[in-house]
Structure formats: structure tokens, C-alpha cells
Design a protein around this ligand. Sequence first.
Ligand SMILES: [Zn+2]
Length: 405
Amino acid sequence: MSMPAKRVSIGELTFDSHFSCGNGYDFTEIAPGHYRFWTRAGSALYSWRFFFRILSPGDGREIILEAADFNHAGRTVWNESAAVRSTDREHWRDIGQENISVTDYTPGDPPLPYGDSGHIPYGVRCTVRLDAPEVWVAVPVPFTPKDRDRLFTGLAAAHPEYVRQEAPGETYHSNETGHPVTGMELTDFSIPPERKIRCVVIAGEHPSESAGMYACRGMMEALADRRELLRTFDFHFVPIVNIDGVCSGRSYHNTIPGGDDIGYNISMDYEKTEYPETRYIYGLVEKIRPHFFLRLHNGRHRDRFECFVNGEYKHTRFIEELGKALTIPLDPPRESNDREMWVRRHCGTPVVMTFETLLLRKNPPFMEWKESYLSVGRELLDGITNGLNAVKTQLNKEAEHESDL
Ligand SMILES: [Zn+2]
């Protein structure tokens, strides 16, 4: 199979996803001003994202962009409302539900096998005005390794005494992409770790879930300014776990070298720890022996926050405080799945939580997705730290190692 084209010129327009994290292939004009493209990278089984730029005379013309091959539950205009546009790749504004419609799926050539029966293929049309020579379009707002590294550099420059970068970890493709999996610790280093509540927070196990990655950034930026929290908490963050998947424009799975590039789901690998990313996370957990392990994802179809936590903390003040800090309601917690509970069983982590931030509902009063996603992180920081403080006695009792909170 030949590689799909990532840069195509049609008349006065050029469609280009030939850059790190870009996604959008084989653009064709199917009617005047109506351009169809495919989004599944390689033989990926799932896709619900795109990210590319359009070069044009910038004369204000309107075009229809049609993603031919999405698949996800939902398939309504609301489910597609995280689509955004930008003229500087920095500030992203809604394309707007009034400019989006859902249409039939168009198979590529050759047609590739699809994910599963719960993810029925469909197409999405967005009307976009080309009012600048360079217009970027994406769904959802991208969070790239560049964003991660800029976040780390910014925090290190502003708060050198409170941050330390974790040792990076190689992935299958980090030599090609130049982006290892890595993280950052934020704490007051003058206080020994055994006197603090230790937390590991990860995001981006699924490459398209940028709302969770922005929430991670929001937590980090808010924490860096909270002297009192830095004295009592020791936080370790890994904002993009699936760095290979993010770089290659995947939606869900990671990629393995060569051969079958359907890839793998990092979230399924906590028990086997077969893959470099999961081993990296496990290495951190074993080293830090956290009281709290949090995985940030984002719901692609939810309109309330949802979380999964182990039974020992489901009906405690931890959840109560978390709920209080959030503007949008939190559903009653569900039980953590057996795979992620591996972390508790093997490393004695008292609280293991998955939190589904929201991709499709803005936190009031924010008008832009990115600002809203960041604000969720700030609320989470309050909720989590208040909540963990409220169950400190239980945490102390449960932590199998020397803790003196
Ligand atoms: Zn996810």
C-alpha cells in the first residue's frame, strides 16, 4: 500500500498535515469548494481527530471540509463540536455547531477494517472561512510535545526551586520523533518526601484526549503558585504518556515498530507492562510510592464528569471534596477496573483514580475550549488536594511504607 499524501495542492489551495502530530490524508475536491480527506493514520482502527493547515489566497471564501472516516459512538453534531480553527496555531476558536454536519462514511482505497461494533464509521463536514493565508483546523485542540516542553521550560524558568524534570524514557519511536516520554515533579524540596502526600498524575494515554492533557497543564500551572500545597504535597506529572501516538496523529492506540501498525492500547497494559510507556509509569510509581495515582482521560461523549476509584475511597470525603471543587457536576464514582488496580496491588498505592474530563462541555464562564480545559485542571487541583487532606488518616494507615503526614 502506498503512503497516503499529507500535502496536496488543489487549484489555489494547499492542504498540509506533513508536520509532527499532523493528521489528514489524500485530500480531493469532490464538488466545487468541497474537499474530502481521510483521517486514519496507517491501519489504525479508530479515528476521531484531524489536524492540518490550509494555505490559500486568504480571500474569505468558504469551503467545506469533509472528514471521510471517523468512527465513534455518538455521531451527532454535538459530538463533533470540539472542532476548532486558528490562524496562528496558538489561539483556537470553535468552528461552531452551526457550521458542522454529520454525513455518511466514505471508505478509503483500499477500504481498511474498522474498530468494533460500538464505533460505527461516519463522515463529518465543517464549513470553514479562509480569511487568512494560513488557516489551521483541528479536532480537538491539539496538545503537542512542543506544548509539553514549553510548559516544562516555562515552569522551570518561573519556579526553579520547586520543579525538577523527571528522567526521560525512550519509546519505540522517540529516536525518530525526538520526543521521549517524560514528566515533571513539583514540590518544596526542602521538605522530605515522606512528610508529604505523594501523587502521580498522568494524561494522554489516548493521543486524541487533549482535554485531559490540558487539564494536566492547568493543574501544574496552578500548583506552581501555591506555596502551601508544595509544602504538603509532592506531585509528579506526565502530561503525554502516548507520545508516539500523539506525534503520528493517532486517535486511540499507540504504534509499534514495523509490520502491523494497528498498535496497542496503553490503558490495557497495566498488568503486563509490556510496552515502554507503561514501564515508564510503573518505574515512577515504584520509585515514588505515591498515595494517589491519577489517570486523566477525556470523555468523547459525556456531559458530566465521571471518575473511577477503588472501593476503599468511593464513599469518603475525598470524593465529596472533589465534587465540591468542580463547577460541572461529578457523577457518583464507579469502581476502578481491575487492570489499573494492579498499581494498588503491586505498589500499595492507596488511591487509584481515573478521571474523565470533558471534551464537549465548557466550564463556565469560558468561551474557548482550551481555556475551559485548563480551568478543569485548576478545579481538579483544589478538589484533589482538599480531598486527600480530608482522608489523610486513612492514607497514612494504608501506605505500607514509612509515612509521616
Ligand atoms: Zn481515554
